[in-house]
Design a protein around this ligand. Sequence first.
Ligand SMILES: C[S@@+](CC[C@H](N)C(=O)[O-])C[C@H]1O[C@@H](n2cnc3c(N)ncnc32)[C@H](O)[C@@H]1O
Ligand code: SF4
Length: 339
Amino acid sequence: MIPLTCSENKPKLVIVWRITETCNLSCWFCEYNKILTKKRLSVPHSDVNRFYELLLKIQQKTNREIMLSWIGGEPFCWQPIWELSKSIKEKGKLQVSVTTNGVLLSTKDIRKQAFDTFDEITFSVDGYRTNHDDTRMHKGLYNNILESIEYFRKMKLKTGLGPLIRVNTIILRQNLNYLDLFIDELNDYGVNEISFNILGSNNLPESKANEKLSNEDMSLFVANLERLRNKYTTNQIKILGSKEYFSLLINKTDNFSNNKKKCNFGNDFLFIDQNGFIAPCDNTTNDFKVHISSITTIPEFLRLPDKFSRDNDAGIFQACSNCSNTNLYGKFQKRENSE
Ligand SMILES: C[S@@+](CC[C@H](N)C(=O)[O-])C[C@H]1O[C@@H](n2cnc3c(N)ncnc32)[C@H](O)[C@@H]1O
Ligand code: SF4
């Protein structure tokens, strides 16, 4: 039996939900690139509604902070996102966040809605100015995102409220020479945090093979990040990533799987895919095969980590034996400058 005690001391539970596979861009590195011909699923509105009502009850019962975080495809291509996110925000118990390419946040009215609705907004920005636009094959996108961020900064100053603004950047060769300019500019515009992705290596176009950094270049990149981490004061941009994550970037750019695993099987992080399967991360929804329709009560939800852990003990899954979940290695960890 799972004790339904207060879990105030537990870290925030983050549930990332891939609500749609549809996208409006064709980034060369991405499996949801709109030019790829494949079936695109989106979750039924009613599934999200039902599940978030359950999460509300769980939050009330356990008093634990819970954040629902939309990802895609492009989450803003999924129409119900606004109605649902606003409804979550109005009930005031769950936090709601989104990771976006920023294309559809382009008018003052939409930016105001986003400002009022989300607790966190992560913009994907993969390089400085035209480097970003070229990578994302969308002219003017970098400036459009900066305009959104500028709007949020001004509104925050005016109201004292508003979402945390994060930028997530894929580490590409193009970032090497522009890192200072890039992060300085994001800082000037009021970005709160920046995190970094390793370029995933599945099915990358041959013409882009040189965008992946060698270990030597990655060492240089990480040294520059460490230098920049010490440059900004407490109220300025935070460069996220644990020491371990930074050293992993240098030493294991191709393969995380040799590293000791730290999975806590859904205790602090859960992922739901476009089919409604829930798992400890986005690589394992097919392995654990737990559908959200089978979770209708608070105890069923609270038993998930135990179930995942037992299932994994019973037969280690392929995705787990090649684990590449960067969250486990501190991709989002905050550090003091002196650390
Ligand atoms: C799949 S996108 C979905 C959300 C939204 N469309 C966006 O671009 O932010 C989520 C994140 O995955 C990153 N991403 C996509 N393909 C990647 C790859 N091959 N390697 C590393 N990160 C990748 C994107 O840059 C983005 O930050
Ligand atoms: S915008 Fe996001 S989902 Fe769409 S192709 Fe680019 S990275 Fe992929």
